[in-house]
Design a protein around this ligand. Sequence first.
Ligand code: MN
Length: 193
Amino acid sequence: MKTVELMALPYAPDALEPVISGATLGFHHGKHLRAYVDNLNKLLEGGPLEGLPLERIVCAAPAGPLFNNAGQVLNHNLYFGQFCTGGSPLAEGALKRRIEAQWGSLDAFKEAFEAAGAGLFGSGWVWLQADAAGELSIAQYAGADNPVAHGFTPVLTFDVWEHAYYLDFQNRRAAYLKALWDIVDWSVVEGRL
Ligand code: MN
């Protein structure tokens, strides 16, 4: 039966330095994400959700270990998949227009997004999400929860679990969030709309 695979990083382990060090990436992708993938495959084995696409597993999984591991795999795939060396600019287009319509400017959006990430209590994820009509919003989800489980399209996400930033930024979550903009590949983010 088809199992969920550990995503291959679309860049070298040190490609995101100095924002995300090779050491952080090694632990975060090679240990944390790998553990979620392995746990998920064990939990799926022989069950009714085995072999389904990851998004469908997330939507169908009951609260508990299956949802938590499936959610964490999906969230990390989106997180690691949206970065590149030096970042890429947000081009003129639908996403830029909608961000400016909603928040006034890209800088104002970034400020609101950072504040939502810094203000999330404990472990979780801050998201830019879109509803079925394309309306954008910033959302905080705790633990492994995510927009997909609530019927939204995930557009951009920053991981605020401590394992994402503690080696490089220690307790300075706000500094980590601000630094991440330097490596966001906006062409990938826009493609999710
Ligand atoms: Mn993480």
